[in-house]
Write a protein that binds this ligand. Sequence first.
Ligand code: NAP
Ligand code: G4F
Length: 340
Amino acid sequence: MNKKAIITGITGQDGPYLADLLLEKGYEVHAIRRRGATDNTTRIKHILDHDNFWLHYGDLTDSSSLVKIVNMVKPDEVYNLGAMSHVRISFDIPEYTGDTGGLGVTRMLEAIRTAGLEKTCKFYQASTSELYGKVVETPQTEATPFWPRSPYGVAKLYAYWMVKNYRESYGMYACNGILFNHESPKRGDDFVTQKIVKAAIAISYGEQDKLTLGNLDAMRDWGHAKDYVKGMYLMLQQDKPVDYVLATGEIHSVKECCEYVFKKLGMPLRWEGNGIEEKGFSGDKLMIDCSEDFYRPAEVQLLHGDSTKAQSELNWEFEHDFYSLMDDMVDTELMKHVEK
Ligand code: NAP
Ligand code: G4F
């Protein structure tokens, strides 16, 4: 019998990569999508007709839909990737962010329990390095204390503890993957790496004048989503549920990301000014400036992960470093431009 998995967040970045991986492994994949006024299945077009892939309408804010789907599918594994995942926007919609990313996890765990599957169904929670927020030690490991700095981070902290609580209270195989930033050609347009890639290409084609960003000095540990979904899968294939950090251990600033991408497109950058006044030029042309609009009320300045535990206990490996990640994103976006 094929294993059955439910994935929430199938229309986002990670969902499609995880679905590809599980389908390759012979799983029957049931994915939950929200109804949208516009088509939100662009990233899963290639698997919509796959014999082992099913889409169900549901919502993490709607218990009845989750209960119905879990009861019908009776999954072996649930990967809970659904959330309002944009940190800055979580300050604009804090209540909804908590409802989806926090309470949504409890709803999903309860759906599994009420279906009587708590001893057989394994649960993966998409936890995050945003839990570390105002970091108290560097690099961050599974033992580093948390200090979230946004409604998003706080919602995910509640979810993190609910997962632990269901593990301790009901003996559920439930674990948190504490994932550092991971990107890909499927990354949403309003996250910084994709925003930089798309703007730099549009500027190089004369379709956009300049790029406006927020905190250029923020540092992130950026990996490739394709590598990270393999870690999610591995976390559910062990004898015991354990929480793991996934990270590359390599950090770069937003400014370095701009420098690499613009240089790759033949527009090397030089910088003038500081803070909000800092500007990036190529030759004499203004390419990048900054605006308060893209800062957060509380910034997370540095995230730097240590994934030694996942590497040694799960044999998790990542193929992509920062440069090959950015190359993949730029090359894919360039190809789309050529095909337009
Ligand atoms: P993403 O691209 O923003 O995708 C989020 C997904 O959640 C989308 O499919 C979205 O559906 C769905 N969703 C939002 N609200 C929902 C609701 N109320 N009910 C059901 N589904 C809902 O995020 P991602 O980058 O793939 O990340 C996947 C998960 O990992 C998220 O939980 C994120 O917080 C977490 N995470 C991400 C990173 C990272 O660097 N990418 C790092 C750590 C943790 P729509 O298309 O309908 O909006
Ligand atoms: O790409 P970002 O929006 O990602 P952020 O805030 O680190 O969050 C992502 O990673 C988390 C894991 O650590 C996930 F949990 C979360 O769901 C999401 O996937 O911003 C990266 C950095 C930030 O410091 C931000 O202040 O880039 C800085 N930045 C500078 N200018 C900008 C911009 N970010 C965005 N989105 N847009 C800008 O114009």
